[in-house]
Write a protein that binds this ligand. Structure first.
Ligand code: PLP
Length: 634
């Protein structure tokens, strides 16, 4: 076997590709974060140690705010550079769609990092609009409003205009336009209007339904023409400022963008020629993340770089506008995933191991053994060879199945079944060891290997922290946070602590592609074994649910500091939900619950069944659990 190196570990977990340069492995074998090329590397393990010393237990979300800033700056400077290089006449005016991660600190950080670029915000609902009105204060930054709108929504938008903000109401559905006209007349405020096009380009992957005739949002070509006519009849054609489309999230194939840009540019130039004073071309979101590090057009990846994406928009738009002799519009994009995904990760610890194989029951022979056990013993005693291992396997499987039927019919006892199954698992182990020595391993055995992989039980809930893995098979990079200088010798999947068999992670990225197990280390009882789930900053952070009443996670905000010996400091700790909080959201009253318990306990104590001192202690314990974290205490 070759020597295990840092490079081997990097390849095993594909860190360099999905990590975008932010993640690396230290010589000590720890996973490290480098928020920017000049920053001192931060060991995630050391961040966890510091969290523990401040009383923050696992699981927890760690946010690296420097990464968030760096991504905002990278997006803006890339557009700026390509715009200059292409001699493009318009500007880039990005907006961040808050639905991707609405956490106040995330939005604040993005607004702050984007201040020098006039990076704005996008909202898709009334509550999001309420937050955006309060937080998007830059005078030049756009506020783009998508989603279905009622009168309140439209009124709030115009209120934003009265505050002096550049609020653009994107018309998703024709019926919104007459409503908007009515309210703007009533409030005496001229709106800024965007028209969302229903694009015909076929997008691929999970968000394919975002385009085509049956798309949920957007105006058809004839509705767009009707909208322009309606505005014209009100003398308000100059209010149409923006053309918008959004062809779905995580666009994995660059060709989809290229097609959308040319279709969109054609619509834009035509609308311009119809006399709309358009100024903005909004290409929506969709900028992908290479979750699996394969740089391919598979669902969890993308086959292009940021520079390619930006160049395709800038040059594509320039070419068509020049041909049509229409001034270059300002370019808006609504990247959410690409800005937020890298900045946060979920850290969990392995608390136990679930084994399929159970080879440890005492199999000492006893009198009058059932013939099934006798036969299994015989298989067990055979010397495994190239010409008989398949026979041994087939025979053992059959005997195990027969044993189960015999047990169900009451023919063999619990003890007999335990012996039979133990012998079976011992045979399987022999078989697995034997396979390591032979050159050609038949397929049934490679499948067997997967089906026998143990599961590591981790202190977290898939439903709270990796919703997309459960719902849409989203791949997320999962990597041990230390011991990366040691060869991982176990292949296993991860199970969470919910009582739901869907609560597992069984799709992993490895150097060949995707597999149902990940390479991981043998557990060491003395040491906490930490696992990081990466790229959870987009959607995962905010879409989780409270399945089994596991609530929101503790959260720490980390900033890099080159003067600090460890290169970081924890700027803020946000405590996760307590049991009492999650119970309250389900309409329970935790105080009343404690009172009920106490009342019953008082009765038992007064009957002399439990000493008063113990009674108080038990009630205190119940109350303590109510105010504690919902996850396992460790
Ligand atoms: C969800 C959404 C986005 C965000 O897309 P990403 O792929 O996360 O960048 C942008 N615009 C609209 C209209 C959206 O609905």
């Amino acid at each position: 076997m070759e020597e295990w190196t840092k490079e081997e570990a990097e390849k095993t977990y594909n860190i360099n590709t999905w990590g975008e340069g932010y993640f690396d492995i230290s010589n000590e074998g720890d996973l490290i974060v480098r928020p920017n090329p000049e920053a001192k590397p931060i060991s995630i393990k050391e961040v966890v140690q510091e969290m523990h010393s401040q009383g923050v237990s696992l699981p927890a979300v760690i946010r690296f705010h420097d990464i968030l800033r760096s991504q905002v700056i990278k997006l803006n400077t890339t557009f700026r550079d390509v715009v200059t290089e292409a001699k493009y006449q318009g500007k880039y005016c990005g907006v961040y769609p808050v639905k991707v991660n609405q956490m106040r600190e995330v939005v604040e950080e993005i607004v702050d990092a984007g201040d020098g670029f006039g990076h704005g915000l996008e909202a898709g609902s009334k509550p999001e609009l309420l937050s955006v009105l309060a937080y998007n204060t830059h005078p030049e930054a756009l506020t783009v409003l998508n989603g279905y709108k009622d009168e309140d929504y439209l009124r709030l938008a115009l209120l934003g205009r009265q505050l002096g903000r550049k609020v653009v109401v994107v018309i998703e559905k024709f019926s919104e336009l007459p409503k908007l006209l009515k309210i703007s007349e009533e409030m005496q405020v001229k709106p800024l209007i965007g028209l969302r096009g229903k694009m015909s380009v076929k997008s691929q992957g999970r968000w394919a339904k975002s385009t085509g005739d049956r798309a949920k949002f957007g105006l058809s070509i004839s509705e767009m023409i009707k909208a322009v006519k309606l505005m014209e009849s009100h003398g308000l054609k100059d209010c149409i400022k923006l053309f918008h489309f959004h062809i779905g999230s995580q666009i994995s194939d660059i060709r989809t963008f290229k097609q959308a840009i040319s279709e969109g540019a054609r619509i834009y130039t035509q609308l311009f020629k119809m006399g709309c004073s358009l100024e903005y071309f909004d290409a929506g979101g969709g900028l992908g993340i290479d979750y699996d590090g394969s740089r391919s057009n598979s669902d969890s990846s993308c086959n292009y770089t940021l520079v390619e994406y930006v160049s395709d928009i800038v040059y594509g738009l320039k070419q068509i506008c020049d041909l049509e002799k229409v001034p270059h519009p300002n370019i808006v994009t609504e990247s959410g995933r690409a800005i937020t995904a890298h900045h946060s990760l979920v850290v969990t610890n392995v608390i136990d191991q679930i084994n399929v194989k159970q080879p440890n029951h005492d199999t000492t022979k006893h009198d009058n053994e059932h013939h099934l056990i006798k036969n299994m013993r015989e298989m067990h005693s055979w010397n495994m060879q190239e010409d008989n291992f398949q026979e041994i396997y087939n025979e053992a499987v059959q005997l195990k199945e027969q044993g189960l039927s015999a047990f169900n019919l009451g023919v063999i006892s619990l003890e007999d079944r335990a012996i039979l199954e133990t012998l079976y698992w011992q045979i399987i182990e022999k078989l697995q060891n034997f396979c390591k020595e032979i050159e050609f391993v038949p397929e049934f055995l490679t499948n067997l290997e997967d089906s026998l992989a143990p599961q590591y039980l981790c202190n977290f809930s898939v439903f709270q922290s990796a919703a997309d893995h459960w719902a849409i098979d989203q791949l997320l990079p999962v990597v041990p946070l230390s011991r990366l200088n040691e060869r991982p010798t176990v292949n296993c999947s991860l199970a969470d602590i919910t009582c739901d068999s869907d609560g597992i992670i069984d799709k992993f990225i490895n150097r060949e592609g995707i597999s149902s197990t990940m390479a991981i280390h043998e557990l060491d009882k003395e040491q906490e074994y930490l696992i990081g789930m990466f790229l959870t900053g987009a959607y995962q952070d905010v879409m989780g649910d409270m399945h089994n009443l596991f609530g929101r996670l503790h959260e720490v905000h980390v900033y890099g500091d080159n003067d600090d010996p460890q290169g970081f400091y924890i700027e803020e700790i946000i405590k996760g939900n307590t049991s009492s909080t999650v119970l309250s959201t389900m309409q329970y009253n935790p105080e009343l619950m404690a009172q009920r318990l106490k009342k019953k306990m008082n009765k038992i104590v007064s009957e002399g069944k439990i000493p008063p001192r113990l009674g108080v202690k038990l009630v205190d314990f119940y109350e303590d659990c109510l105010t504690s974290y919902t996850y396992l205490r460790n």
